[in-house]
Design a protein around this ligand. Structure first.
Ligand code: GAR
Length: 195
């Protein structure tokens, strides 16, 4: 079995990245984590990746002084340089120009903390609570140029409980994220074409 080489893009603590790393330790998992790239120097997830023997790189978006495509080309060069087949966004908090998703069409996926198409963007848990939603959850989807709009691969529902705060709800949604992200990557790595 040839395992697909995965590049994970992070901006922070990287708990979803860690879930992918753990899943990829299984001998029958069809993907290996070849590279972790952060746009934030010192992001917590970098240390976790390094502790697992995974190559890391930092491409600091601030060095590109607002030239978003130049930043994306630098990230792309890292991914190409490590022969990455599939890109996983895991708490990567930069919005792309159309160029980057164009390079990775059908080969880049994202984890989002809501049941898309509900609550695209930020502050998903607070918005769900403010609406009185009874069911919330998480989604893994293909990345397209429009934000949080690509085809859905997997979702898991999480019930909203009496007395939930954005923090308690986020904690339970994160547990769901850690289940569906490795499962979705397994699917995509096995046959990762759209349709
Ligand atoms: C996760 O909840 C992820 O779904 C969310 O950020 C968190 C990152 O946590 N992503 C987004 O909101 C993307 N728009 P992690 O760094 O521990 O994986």
């Amino acid at each position: 079995m040839s395992r697909k080489r995965v590049g994970v893009l992070i901006s922070g603590r990287g708990s979803n990245m860690a879930a992918l790393i753990e899943a990829a330790k299984a001998p029958d998992y069809p993907a290996e984590i070849a590279l972790v790239v952060s746009n934030k120097p010192g992001a917590g997830g970098l240390a976790t990746a390094e502790a697992n023997g995974i190559t890391t790189a930092t491409v600091d978006h601030r060095a590109f002084k607002g030239d978003r495509e130049a930043f994306e080309r630098a990230v792309h060069a890292e991914l190409e340089g490590h022969r990455v087949d599939i890109v996983c966004l895991a708490g990567f908090m930069r919005i792309f120009t159309p160029w980057f998703p164009g390079q990775w069409e059908g080969r880049m996926i994202n984890i989002h903390p809501s049941l898309l198409p509900a609550y695209k963007g930020l502050d998903t848990h607070a918005r769900a609570l403010a609406d009185g939603a009874k069911v919330h959850g998480a989604t893994v989807h293909f990345v397209v140029p429009d934000l949080d709009a690509g085809p859905v691969i997997l979702q898991e529902e999480v019930p909203v409980l009496e007395g939930d705060t954005p923090e308690t709800l986020a904690r339970r949604v994160l547990e769901a994220e850690h289940r569906i992200y490795p499962a979705a990557l397994r699917m995509i790595a096995t046959e990762y074409r759209l349709v």
